[in-house]
Design a protein around this ligand. Structure first.
Ligand SMILES: NC(=O)c1ccc[n+]([C@@H]2O[C@H](COP(=O)([O-])OP(=O)(O)OC[C@H]3O[C@@H](n4cnc5c(N)ncnc54)[C@H](OP(=O)(O)O)[C@@H]3O)[C@@H](O)[C@H]2O)c1
Length: 306
């Protein structure tokens, strides 16, 4: 294992993306240091049990980041956003966190920064705060004197399993129309791709890479879900009344209609480059199986998507 003596620092390691990156980097033999707010929490302790070094830190405390980044080869940067249910960050917080991480990584002499953005990032605003934040952080990262790779993940497959999406009632509602295709990625694969990026800096430094594992219409989602659940699951777009009431969901549906949020990754090229990429059916039978089982149980809660 050639990476054994090199340390990659991970933000958000107790969460979805950071957790996936930590697991994949450990599997590739990297030394991994996770910046966590509560080292005694159960998620931080689970990380420690897999050989990840945990250090106390906070995105709002630059000094803690400086201490964590000293002597590190790489940094994986991801921030919480106002688009997540229960998150208590503003869009300005997200931008400040993302730009601070990049600046401190540059000043600490970190060799490679990987920033996780969104498929909808770009030069013109989308009008959705927690997407446009990422375009601003991307622009800042590119202006710094540090080798960096920006990944733009498609919509997570995991999102479809959130409470309130309807699976407990034999139905899935999401942003696209039944015949519209949208790209998705398994969170597990974000980590594997990031590990490949850290493993081949010459190939990936300076690049912005849109990543996805599958493209599915609403009807195709329903077919795969029906197969995996062993009972009929139908699909429809989120109700027009909800899209009219909820500004972010309404704008998101409009961004699906105009193509900005559906993802335009070249799936054939990505699958050749990253042969482990999961299609939705494989995800449902593998890492997503437990989430599906939970989502199928009677629940009756409101929608958790924002
Ligand atoms: N493309 C998509 O479909 C999609 C879906 C979901 C999210 N996203 C984007 O992904 C990003 C979030 O990633 P995620 O879903 O992997 O996150 P997540 O699972 O919600 O976890 C958030 C992570 O950030 C950490 N964190 C929060 N505030 C912090 C702070 N002040 N200092 C240090 N760490 C802090 C949390 O640590 P604690 O354990 O201390 O709370 C946790 O590890 C957001 O920007 C969101 O917009 C995209």
């Amino acid at each position: 294992m050639t990476n054994i003596n090199k340390t990659v620092v991970i933000l958000g390691a107790t969460g979805q993306q950071g957790g996936s990156v930590a697991a994949a980097l450990r599997a590739d033999g990297w030394a991994v240091r996770a910046v966590v707010r509560d080292p005694s929490g159960h998620r931080a302790r689970s990380l420690s049990a897999t050989g990840v070094e945990t250090v106390r830190g906070d995105l709002g405390d630059p000094e803690s980041l400086r201490a964590a980044f000293l002597d590190a080869h790489g940094v994986f940067s991801v921030q919480p956003s106002s688009g997540q249910a229960g998150a208590d960050v503003t869009d300005e917080d997200e931008v400040r966190f993302g730009t601070t991480v990049a600046e401190i990584a540059e000043r600490c002499g970190v060799a490679h920064l990987v920033y996780s953005s969104t498929v909808a990032a770009g030069p013109t605003p989308t009008g959705i705060g927690h997407l446009d934040t990422k375009s601003r952080v991307e622009a800042h990262v590119r202006n710094l004197d540090i080798a960096s790779t920006i990944i733009r993940p498609a919509t997570f497959m995991e999102i479809l399993m959130l409470p309130g999406m309807g699976l407990d009632r034999g139905h899935l509602s999401f942003l696209m129309r039944p015949d519209q295709a949208m790209q998705f990625i398994a969170v597990r694969d974000i980590g594997r791709i990031v590990a490949a990026v850290f493993g081949s800096p010459d190939r990936y430094a300076g690049r912005t890479v849109e990543i996805a594992g599958d493209a599915l219409t609403g009807k195709a989602l329903a077919e795969h879900l029906t197969q995996a659940a062993g009972r009929p699951i139908s699909y429809s777009r989120l109700p027009a009344t909800l899209l009219a009431q909820d500004e972010v969901l309404g704008k998101s549906a409009a961004l699906v209609d105009n193509g900005r949020l559906v993802g335009n990754a070249n799936l054939d090229a990505l699958r050749a480059e990253f042969p482990f990429l999961l299609r939705f059916d494989r995800w449902l039978a593998g890492p997503g199986a437990g989430l599906l089982e939970e989502a199928l149980r009677p629940a009756g809660t409101g929608i958790a998507l924002r």
